[in-house]
Ligand binder design. Structure first.
Ligand code: NIG
Ligand code: FE
Length: 411
C-alpha cells in the first residue's frame, strides 16, 4: 500500500463545479492499494493506518490524473509530409482529398501494412505518449475501409490493449471516407458498413464506439443516421467527426443519436450547441487539427457557457494532426480556444474519460478510481501549461505501477 508524499498540489479533477473546477489539494498525499486509489488529502491528515506504508517522494512537484487522449487515429501506414508542404503553398485539405490524397493515400499505406507492423507502430507511439503523461487512449480505425483492413486495424488495437498497461478504447470508424471501390455506389458502402462490418465488429467485441465523419467530402447526415442506427442496434455508441470544415448540423445530429461526443466543431452552430447541452454530449476539441488546418478554433467559451463539457485531445493522425503531444494540445487549448489551464486539465482528464465512457474508473483522483496519475515538474498547473517544454512530466503511474519515469525522479 504505497503513499505518494510531498506533492505541492494534487489537482483531483473531481466532477462538482464544472469545467473550471479541478479541486486542488495543497501539500497532498495519495495512497493506493492494488490498482485503485484508497485515500487522497492533505499530507498532515494522512491516517495513522498508513504510517508504516512505503513512501514515494514526489519532490514538491504537482500531480494530476493520468491524461486521457480521447481522440486518436493511432494505427496508420506511412505519413503525409508532402501534403504538409502542399497546404503551406495554399492547396486546401479538401482540394488535396479531391485529388486522391488525404485519407485515401493513408488508406493505401494502411492496407499495405500488416497487423504486426501496425501494432508495432502503435506501441512505439504509445510509449512516447506515456512519457508525456498519457495513461488512456481512444483509437479509431478508418484507414482500412474494407472488411479485411478495418478488422485488421481493430485486431491490432485489441493486441495493443492486451500487451500494454494502458486503457485502450477502440472506435470503429469505417465511415471515415467512401473508398474508391464504392465511388459510384455510396449506398453499397453504407450497406457494407451496416450489414456486414458493424455486426462483425460487435460480435467479435472489437470496438466500444462507432464514429462517422460527417462532412461534404465524407458522409451526409442521412448516411450517418443509418450507420448509427445499425451501430446502436449492435451496442456500439455513436461518436462523430462533426462540423470540422463546415456546419453540417453535426452537433445536433450527435445529440439526436445519443452520441458520447461530437469532435472538432470548429463550425458548430448555436442550435447544435443547445442540442448538445440538452443531450449531455461531450464536445471533443482538437486544437492541433485546428492549428495544422489553420481554421478558426471551436467556440469553447460558448460551449462551456451553454453547459457542454469540453474535452481536449490530440486527434493524432498523419494528415490534420501529425502529433501525439497532448500537453502541446493543452497549451493550444488555452491560447487558441481561450480555455483556462484548469478548464483544459478537466478536458483531458474527467471529461475526456466521460467522452470514452470511462469516467467511472478514470479521469480524477478520488478513492475507488484507478491509480493512474502523473508527477509533473512544475510549481503549478498554470505554470505547467504556460512554460512549454519538450516534456514536464517526470513519472507516469498506471494502476499504481510506475510505467515510466525520467532520470532523476527518485520515486
Ligand atoms: O480527425 N476529419 C477526419 N479525420 C481526421 C483526419 C484524417 C486524415 O486526414 O487522415 C481528423 O482530422
Ligand atoms: Fe479525428
Amino acid at each position: 500500500m504505497p503513499v505518494l508524499t510531498n506533492i505541492t498540489t494534487a489537482y483531483t479533477c473531481r466532477a462538482p463545479g464544472g469545467q473550471g473546477s479541478v479541486h486542488p489539494i495543497e501539500d497532498a498525499a495519495l495512497v493506493w492499494d492494488d490498482q485503485a486509489i484508497e485515500w487522497i488529502g492533505p499530507e498532515r491528515d494522512l491516517p495513522d493506518a498508513y504510517a508504516d506504508a512505503e513512501t514515494i517522494d514526489a519532490g514538491g512537484r504537482i500531480v494530476v490524473p493520468g491524461l486521457v487522449d480521447s481522440h486518436t487515429h493511432l494505427a496508420f501506414g506511412g505519413w503525409r509530409a508532402g501534403e504538409f508542404e502542399m497546404r503551406i503553398r495554399g492547396i486546401s485539405y479538401t482540394e488535396i482529398a479531391r485529388q486522391g490524397g488525404g485519407i485515401r493515400s493513408t488508406m493505401e499505406a494502411t492496407r499495405a501494412a500488416g497487423e504486426h507492423e501496425l501494432l508495432a507502430r502503435c506501441k512505439s507511439f504509445l510509449r512516447q505518449m506515456t512519457t508525456l503523461g498519457v495513461t488512456a487512449v481512444e483509437c479509431k480505425s478508418g484507414y482500412g475501409l474494407n472488411v479485411k483492413d478495418e478488422l485488421k486495424t481493430l485486431r491490432a488495437y485489441r493486441r495493443l490493449r492486451d500487451e500494454m498497461p494502458h486503457t485502450v478504447v477502440p472506435t470503429f470508424l469505417g465511415a471515415h471516407l467512401v473508398p474508391p471501390e464504392f465511388e459510384d455506389d455510396r449506398s453499397g458502402y453504407v450497406d457494407l458498413l451496416t450489414e456486414e462490418l458493424i455486426p462483425r465488429v460487435a460480435t467479435d467485441n472489437l470496438a466500444a464506439f462507432c464514429d462517422a465523419f460527417v462532412e461534404e467530402t465524407a458522409f451526409t447526415p442521412d448516411e450517418a443516421r443509418s450507420i448509427f442506427e445499425a451501430a446502436t442496434a449492435h451496442g456500439l455508441q455513436p461518436k462523430l467527426h462533426a462540423d470540422q470544415l463546415s456546419d453540417s448540423g453535426g452537433g445536433a445530429l450527435a445529440a439526436e443519436v445519443g452520441a458520447a461526443s461530437a469532435d472538432h466543431l470548429e463550425y458548430v452552430s448555436d442550435q447544435s450547441i443547445t442540442a448538445m447541452a440538452d443531450a449531455e454530449v461531450v464536445a471533443g476539441s482538437l486544437p492541433l487539427a485546428t492549428l495544422y488546418l489553420d481554421e478558426e478554433p471551436l467556440p469553447a467559451r460558448r460551449l462551456i457557457e451553454a453547459g457542454v463539457p469540453v474535452a481536449v485531445a490530440t486527434d493524432f493522425n498523419p494528415g490534420t494532426a501529425p502529433s501525439y503531444h497532448l500537453p502541446v494540445a493543452m497549451t493550444l487549448g488555452c491560447t487558441m480556444q481561450r480555455m483556462t489551464p484548469a478548464e483544459v486539465l478537466k478536458g483531458t482528464t474527467l471529461y475526456a474519460a466521460q467522452s470514452i465512457g470511462r469516467a467511472d474508473k478514470l479521469g480524477s483522483l478520488e478513492p475507488g478510481k484507478r491509480a493512474d496519475f502523473v508527477v509533473v515538474d512544475a510549481p503549478s498547473l498554470n505554470h505547467w501549461l504556460y512554460h512549454l517544454r519538450a516534456n514536464a512530466a517526470v513519472a507516469t503511474f498506471i494502476g499504481g505501477t510506475p510505467v515510466w519515469s525520467a532520470d532523476g525522479f527518485n520515486g
